[in-house]
Ligand binder design. Structure first.
Ligand code: UDP
Length: 333
């Protein structure tokens, strides 16, 4: 009889918003977890309670764009490292391109050497400013190769291509999750995205900065739903990309109004210019996730926003970067 070994997973970007929730979930499933991060946009506070679990959880301070070496066995690699706020696209575009290109290459190479199953965290941004609505995985997108968002969009498109090349050429067992807008505790207060901005602004009694006329749409999923989809996808044998997002779509103005209502604040709406290449609409077609994973979101946008608001209001906020505020909306926006 052979003793059963606990599965061991590497999560790059494990100290980030989504990565830290993934680490937590893997630990609760009995995994040993190696969390790799360079704290560029992640924060040690996000994994502070996990650091105490020394026997199960290991934190490695490392930039995945540099050669990656993780001693010991690995069963699964989750490549979730990347800055992902549009504000970051103008602030650190080269770092983002390197994480999507070199970071994906390094983590794929590690997974291959270890015989580990691999998951790439991709994004709805691969659809760009979509001309097809809602976005099914077969839609090839409408992305500017040179615009302000291209650092992220093209990095992720390249990362998907590289993952598929390893899958086909090296017969690696790979997964690609296309993540749509996600909210929840541990979002960066000053990351410049819509939800942290609106929540911070209502809590401070400041006007909510709605870019453009606010008619552009997004679909907000709660982080726990995303993680459930990620876990199910990794356990499945689906190697095609799969959308994980909430298919209920709201205009940005509606999101602002919801946040104001939920917070009971008297904040008003202040319109500001629409950033360059801001997608006009975004909504996942989740037929594939429903059929293949039996997955669909359990938490509506209102409830997800309420939970996120409660976390911010509790003062638990995680990483704050007031010094980043002058570039919050990125260059050229
Ligand atoms: N947005 C806004 N006010 C803000 C921040 C963002 O109106 O303070 C808008 C932004 O123009 C976009 C939407 O909200 O249309 C979602 O932006 P976010 O930064 O969350 O990320 P995206 O979904 O564009 O990647």
């Amino acid at each position: 009889m052979t003793a059963t070994r606990r599965p061991r997973a590497l999560v790059t970007g494990g100290a980030g918003f989504i990565g830290s929730h993934l680490c937590e979930r893997l630990l609760s499933e009995g995994y040993l977890v190696v969390c790799m991060d360079n704290l560029s946009t992640g924060a040690l506070e996000n994994v502070a309670p996990l650091l105490a679990r020394e026997a199960d959880f290991e934190y490695v301070d490392h930039d995945v764009s540099d050669h990656v070496d993780v001693p010991g066995e690995l069963d699964e690699v989750y490549h979730f490292a990347s800055a992902a706020s549009p504000a970051d696209f103008g602030r650190i575009p080269i770092e983002i391109l390197k994480t999507g290109a070199l970071g994906t290459h390094n983590s794929l190479g590690l997974a291959r050497a270890m015989g580990a199953r691999y998951m790439l965290a991709s994004t709805s941004e691969v659809y760009g400013d979509p001309l097809v609505h809602p976005q099914h995985e077969d839609y090839r997108g409408n992305v500017s190769t040179t615009g302000i968002r291209s650092a992220y969009d093209e990095a992720k498109r390249y990362a998907e291509a590289l993952t598929m090349a390893y899958h086909r050429h090296h017969r690696m067992d790979t997964r690609i999750v296309r993540i749509f807008n996600t909210v929840g505790p541990r979002m960066r207060e000053y990351d410049g995205r819509m939800v942290p901005n609106f929540i911070r602004q209502t809590l401070l009694g400041e006007p909510l900065t709605v870019y453009g006329d606010g008619a552009q749409t997004r679909s907000l999923q709660y982080v726990d739903d995303l993680i459930e989809g990620v876990i199910r996808l990794m356990k499945s044998d689906e190697t095609r990309p799969i959308n994980i997002g909430n298919p209920v779509e709201y205009s940005v103005r509606e999101v602002a109004e919801m946040v104001i209502e939920l917070s009971g604040s008297r904040s008003e709406i202040l319109h500001q210019p629409l950033p360059e290449d801001d997608p006009r609409q975004r909504c996942p077609d989740i037929t594939r996730a429903r059929e293949v994973l039996g997955w669909e979101p359990q938490t509506g946008a209102r409830e997800g926003l309420a939970k996120t608001l409660a976390w911010f209001a509790s003062g638990a906020k995680g990483q704050t970067r007031p010094e980043a505020s002058p570039t919050l909306r990125g260059e050229g926006s």
